[in-house]
Design a protein around this ligand. Structure first.
Ligand code: AMP
Length: 114
């Protein structure tokens, strides 16, 4: 846990969230400012700042998170598709420095990514 990290506090229950899923490795909750009808964030319980900080040691964790993303998308009924996004650093538009994957869906999303 990183003391000043918003998502560490959410994972630990110190800040409330609208939980969608949790297990021993990750936690998923609804984005407070949704950009699509379904907008869910999936975060590892352990503090990792961003994709830029991943190493081979995190490979199994990241693979697990992607299976969780697929499960959540099925459970949310995103049968016609969805987008998975992880912003990295200032130019990537990352505002919370704890690795997270956005799941966006529930409507046809814009074709533009940047
Ligand atoms: P990013 O800009 O990629 O770092 O994404 C951070 C996301 O966290 C944004 O979409 C915010 O709306 C969302 N967010 C910030 N604070 C909270 C919160 N307390 N609960 C849920 N989502 C949050």
């Amino acid at each position: 846990m990183s003391d000043d990290c918003l998502f560490c506090k959410i994972v630990n229950g110190d800040i409330p969230s609208n939980k969608v899923y949790e297990d021993e490795l990750c936690y998923a909750f609804r984005d407070i400012d949704p950009q699509a009808p379904t907008h869910i964030l999936v975060v590892p319980r352990t503090h990792i700042a961003s994709c830029a900080d991943l190493t081979e040691a995190n490979a199994a964790l990241v693979a697990h998170i992607f299976t969780v993303i697929a499960k959540i998308a099925r459970d949310e009924g995103l049968d016609s598709g969805y987008r998975v996004v992880s912003n990295v650093g200032p130019d990537g538009g990352q505002s919370v420095p704890h690795l997270h994957f956005h799941i966006l869906g529930g409507r046809a999303l814009s074709g533009r990514m940047g």
